[in-house]
Design a protein. Structure first.
Ligand SMILES: [Mg+2]
Length: 276
């Protein structure tokens, strides 16, 4: 808001009114009182959509149907000697953590390992619609599933308990590959690729597919996605996640230390707006 010190009260009212109309978004963004609690309000629509929209559910079924078709196609044409596997991310690909996101709404703090660790240990994530059925189908075809997730080892027991209780197959030390050092998943993908022919990759975050997508600005992510155009829905099966992800990092240029007000501003500055 432009706040000019003019002693005529009528003028001040007029200028403030124009300022409010013209610069209402920057006013909010620059407010020193804009808190993490305010920023967490932006999770409401994304989380409501994941939890209540049948469209989200339909998209998940669609992703697993596409995965099944491509697995069948892969197996029908495969003539190699290595056993076949798929590589799947866990969070927002196979299991639904939206209750954790919903819990953040109304709180004055964001995601942190301090609260995420107890969530993992609670083992209360739900299965993504269609996930258990698909992975059981994979198993029935003699194909192994490797879970490559960036959950840290502190969450190993809770994750194993959660996945096993939901009915996922291959939940053991060999197949459950949590993050030990790097968040880059390529080293873990390479371990699988050494001994297996990987038919499919499943993920909600582009880093679940290739490291080429990691830590890139918005344009760079678009360019890599265009480059891999033929792989989407064939080898790479993508799941919708509007609540968090590397896309969010790109919007704030990796500046996780930015204040809530700064993040709010960067998010809003990234919008393409109707220039009426
Ligand atoms: Mg994920």
């Amino acid at each position: 808001m432009i706040r000019l010190k003019i002693e005529t009260s009528g003028l001040i009212v007029t200028i403030l009114a124009i300022g409010l109309l013209t610069f209402s978004t920057p006013v909010l963004a620059k407010s020193p009182n804009y808190t993490t609690k305010d920023l967490n309000e932006q999770l409401v629509m994304a989380t409501v959509w994941m939890q209540t929209s049948a469209e989200y559910r339909a998209l998940c079924y669609q992703a697993f149907n596409v995965a099944k078709m491509n697995l069948d196609n892969f197996l029908a044409n495969y003539k190699g000697s290595k056993p076949v596997a798929i590589i799947a991310d866990a969070d927002e690909t196979l299991i639904d953590n939206s209750a954790y996101e919903a819990w953040l709404i109304g709180k004055d703090f964001g995601y942190s390992s301090k609260t995420w660790t107890p969530w993992m240990q609670a083992a209360e994530a739900l299965a993504i619609p269609g996930a258990v059925e698909f992975l059981q189908y994979v198993k029935s075809k003699g194909v192994e599933t490797f879970y490559v997730t960036n959950r840290k080892m502190v969450g190993y027991d809770g994750t194993k308990k959660n996945l096993a209780a939901l009915g996922f197959p291959d939940v053991d030390k060999k197949h459950l590959l949590l993050r030990t050092k790097s968040s880059d998943k390529q080293a873990r993908r390479d371990i699988v690729l050494k001994d297996y022919a990987v038919a499919l990759y499943l993920g909600d975050n582009l880093n679940d597919f290739e490291s080429a997508f990691a830590k890139k600005p918005i344009d760079g992510r678009f360019a890599e996605t265009d480059r891999a155009k033929d792989l989407w829905g064939t080898k790479y099966i993508v799941f919708p996640n509007p609540t968090y992800g590397e896309w969010e990092a790109a919007v704030i240029e990796g500046n996780w230390g930015a204040s809530a007000a700064e993040k709010n501003k960067m998010r809003k500055d990234s919008l393409r707006v109707w220039d009426r």
